[in-house]
Design a protein around this ligand. Structure first.
Ligand SMILES: Cc1cc2nc3c(=O)[nH]c(=O)nc-3n(C[C@H](O)[C@H](O)[C@H](O)COP(=O)(O)OP(=O)(O)OC[C@H]3O[C@@H](n4cnc5c(N)ncnc54)[C@H](O)[C@@H]3O)c2cc1C
Length: 392
């Protein structure tokens, strides 16, 4: 008797679930609402697709924000090393970059999608272009409809409605890995300005996140890799007070930075203060620094007092931005919340409520930091769901 498996959603998790189920002998149909599979995959990693992170299973769990324990079996069954072997086997040579981030050597996300599509064809999987609105299918079903973020890619939260209609609990949805908003007008003033090699600390009444890296100012607030990572640490509901403190010169301790300021002030002794910071700060930032320092811009550099210099030094080490919230979920890299993992068997990805229903990917209440971890979760849960559906 043929073992029919229907996979709903042709994203990262659904494609690998279909491939895995077929490789384990099932007769597989993959249903995707878009004309093409992997639309979101195409935009991952800015079109380069950070496929996974070359690290141990434990490190993947350490970088998972929601429900890492649930992932234990899936990540053991299909760790990053397996994901890398899988893509290399499918003819996508990979390379590893800073922070163990793994990309196709070609820097093309489309190579990942092409490889999945080729394997789907090769295995004889039936690919159907259909928008699924109910789960009335024969055989086993794997729901891999993704999250709510970037809905134009096809992941508009449909899966949650489908899962809910079958009695599953949906943990409230929110944005993660998302830009942050600020009412501080200097953000807009500096829009487009990037800070590289800065240290950012995000705090409420306690420290939530601190790391080094790159960020940008925008018309609405702040964005960039560091900010997206910081956003993953913001609890729900949003704390009343959120402050981002930027250390503009993390490589220099206060003493060294003070010596540096003194050197620049000696060099520009006869200039106005507003024209004395060009060696230390970017053009767009100087007027903001001057204003926030409280030192009148026309002050001659040689007239700046020790206290004024101390204030400026503090500003370089603690440039604060008050955060008013997160950008909407449709701008988030990943959705927090989703199908409650308490209702899913972690060893098989099968629903504990509805026999023969399996889940994979972002539909589940799982999310992780940047660095290839979210796709790794999709590959691992997809692989395990596919294997379980085919072999049970
Ligand atoms: C801009 C951006 C960049 C990212 N970059 C990275 C990165 O570099 N590395 C990383 O690890 N993660 C990255 N992510 C996160 C990653 O893309 C997701 O975690 C991953 O795609 C989730 O896979 P999925 O298969 O669960 O969902 P998706 O990839 O969203 O796939 C779900 C699929 O289901 C289909 N579907 C939905 N509803 C239905 C329905 N009713 N009927 C039929 N089909 C349906 C959708 O059209 C879609 O194709 C990025 C995300 C974004 C938005």
């Amino acid at each position: 008797m043929s073992n029919k498996v229907t996979v709903i959603g042709g994203g990262a998790a659904g494609c690998i679930a279909a491939i895995s189920a077929a490789e384990f002998g099932a007769d597989v149909t993959l249903i995707e609402r878009n004309a093409e599979i992997g639309r979101k995959l195409m935009i991952t990693g800015k079109g380069r697709c950070n496929v996974t992170n070359d690290c141990t299973p434990e490190e993947v769990l350490g970088n998972t924000v929601s429900n890492p324990k649930f992932l234990y079996s899936a990540i053991r069954a299909f760790p990053p090393s397996a994901a890398m072997e899988f893509f290399e086997r499918l003819g996508v040579p990979l390379k590893t970059e800073r922070g163990n981030r793994v990309f196709p050597q070609s820097d093309k996300a489309s190579d990942v999608v092409d490889a999945l599509r080729n394997r789907i064809r090769q295995l004889g999987i039936t690919l159907v272009n259909q928008h699924v609105r109910n789960l009335d299918f024969d055989g086993k079903i794997i729901l891999a409809t993704g999250g709510l973020s970037y809905p134009k890619t096809g992941s508009d939260g449909d899966g949650y409605t489908l899962a809910k209609s079958l009695g599953h609990t949906i943990i409230p949805l929110s944005a993660s890995l998302v830009p942050l908003t600020s009412n501080d007008s200097f953000c807009k003033e500096m829009q487009g300005f990037s800070l590289k090699n800065v240290k950012v600390t995000l705090s409420s009444d306690r420290e939530l996140f601190s790391d080094f890296g790159e960020m940008q100012f925008t018309h609405f607030g702040v964005t960039g890799p560091l900010i997206l990572s910081a956003s993953a640490h913001i609890p729900e509901p949003l704390p009343e007070k959120l402050t981002l403190s930027i250390d503009l010169k993390p490589a220099l301790d206060e003493q060294t930075l003070d010596a540096r300021l003194l050197r620049d002030f000696a060099k520009y002794a006869n200039r106005d203060f507003r024209n004395a910071l060009s060696d230390l700060a970017g053009r767009l930032m100087i007027p903001v620094l001057v204003r926030r320092s409280g030192i009148p811009p026309e002050t001659k550099v040689n007239a700046i007092t020790k206290e004024q210099r101390a204030g400026l030094l503090h500003l370089f080490k603690n440039f604060s931005v008050s955060i008013s919230g997160k950008r909407p979920i449709d701008e988030a890299v990943v959705t927090r919340g989703g199908v409650s993992v308490k209702e899913v068997n972690p060893a098989t990805m099968e629903s504990k409520l509805v026999p023969n229903l399996y889940f994979a990917g972002e539909t589940l209440d799982l999310d992780a930091y940047t660095g290839g971890f979210n796709l790794q979760i999709a590959w691992a849960t997809g692989y395990l769901a596919g294997k379980s559906a085919a072999t049970r």
